[in-house]
Design a protein around this ligand. Structure first.
Ligand SMILES: *Cc1c(COP(=O)(O)O)cnc(C)c1O
Length: 397
């Protein structure tokens, strides 16, 4: 199809040719490891055009390809490469931009395992130097650029605190200095934020969150121009071997059918929950980019066209028993990691931090004992608010 399809339509039709599959409305799962050829000449020709030929599923598979083409179009990129997890996508993207001895500028509050990959793996093993900035001001990046800076790693909104970076300003700065940029765009989804159009080189997503949306798959994707993605496909993906399985790709395709509908509901539910929390006396702070009172709301409106359902808030009480009582008394918000699924979830960063640090130590890092992260799901929002309300009312501060 030559005419650009609008989002809702491309999610149903783009990259799909039903006439090839006996008219089946859902494409088949090509659950095969290899493809056979009629002759020596045919397989020989396929090897000469590896990127466009089905030879072996670690390289290319028809079910996976449909989803890659759809995601690339959705994000406004030329190509996409799927991975069996978000971390598979992130590590491959980072590897593709670095060689030993390089310098990286990263946001302080990036997803924990991405930070561990940089700081606990690439740094000691490959001599990669990393500078962290809060990212609120593009000048912070400019000040840290060195001769060997080869990558700026962004995540906007960032994990836990949901602070934003001015994506276009940072991408312009990076381009002017010959530096590659990667952004983790999982929170906003390819619907609500288009970093590639703002000049970012590679966009990564954990598809385990909203893109999957049903809490039944772990997956990831990298999207960018053809040159960068082809290079990742033939190097990091094929050689490290982190290949998306056909069944998982098929489940993502199922999920993409309803992405716009789900995100609209996550957003409207989250806005109502956030407004409720803002007005509650047991809550002293709320981090949600969709709220008019959000500290970077102007930048949010400039670079995002919508908001998802993940936010954090801080309880007034710092009494651990009271905090546990609040979390344990919720009936609809289940306690668990991850987010972006149909179900509402709650997680307290303190659960992880208290294993290594004292409350005083991690309060010193800007994280509070009373910080709560919630993923607002697709339930009826009045039920969700009632659940939060009954649990908050038990707190005796
Ligand atoms: C979950 C998550 C990831 C990692 O994705 P996996 O699919 O779990 O590997 C990366 N970035 C962000 C922001 C996440 O929340």
């Amino acid at each position: 199809m030559s005419k650009k399809l609008k989002t809702e339509t491309l999610l149903q039709h783009f990259a799909e040719d039903r006439s090839k599959n006996n008219g089946a409305v859902v494409p088949p799962i090509y659950q095969n490891s290899l493809f056979t050829f009629a002759s020596w000449e045919d397989i020989d020709a396929a090897f000469d055009d590896r990127l466009n030929s089905f030879i072996y599923t670690r390289g290319k598979n028809p079910t996976v390809q449909i989803v890659e083409e759809k995601l690339a179009e959705l994000a406004g990129g030329e190509k996409a490469q799927l991975f069996p997890s978000g971390m598979g996508a992130i590590s491959a993207a980072i590897f593709s931009c670095l060689k030993s001895g390089d310098h990286v500028i990263a946001i302080k509050n990036i997803y924990g395992p991405a930070n561990n990959f940089l700081n606990s793996y690439l740094k000691p093993k490959f001599g990669i130097d990393i500078t962290y900035v809060s990212g609120d001001d593009p000048k912070q990046f400019e000040q840290e650029i060195r001769e060997n800076t080869s990558l700026i790693y962004l995540e906007s909104p960032s994990s836990v605190v949901f602070s934003l970076q001015d994506i276009k300003a940072v991408a312009d700065l990076a381009k002017a200095n010959g530096i590659k940029t990667i952004i983790d765009n999982t929170w906003a989804t390819p619907l609500y934020q288009k970093p590639l159009a703002m000049g970012v080189d590679l966009e990564v997503h954990s598809c385990s969150k909203y893109i999957g949306g049903h809490s039944d798959i772990v997956a990831g994707v990298v999207i960018g121009n053809a040159e960068l993605i082809d290079s990742i496909s033939t190097h990091e993906m094929e050689w490290i071997g982190a290949k998306m399985a056909p069944m998982e790709a098929w489940l993502i395709l199922r999920s993409l059918r309803t992405l716009t509908l789900r995100m609209e509901r996550h957003q409207s539910n989250a806005l109502k929950v956030a407004s409720f929390l803002t007005n509650h006396s047991e809550v002293i702070k709320i981090n949600y980019p969709g709220l008019p009172s959000f500290k970077q709301q102007e930048l949010a409106q400039k670079q995002m066209t919508g908001y998802s359902g993940l936010m954090s808030f801080e309880l007034r009480t710092k009494n651990l028993d009271q905090i546990k009582l609040f979390v344990n008394s919720l009936k609809l918000f289940s306690i668990g990691v991850s987010w972006g699924g149909h179900e509402s979830l709650i997680y307290a960063p303190a659960i992880s931090y208290l294993k290594e640090l004292s409350p005083e130590q991690f309060e010193g890092m800007g994280i509070s004992l009373g910080d709560m992260r919630i993923s607002v799901g697709l339930e009826n929002v009045d039920d969700l608010i009632e659940d939060l309300n009954q649990s908050l009312s038990l707190i005796n501060s």
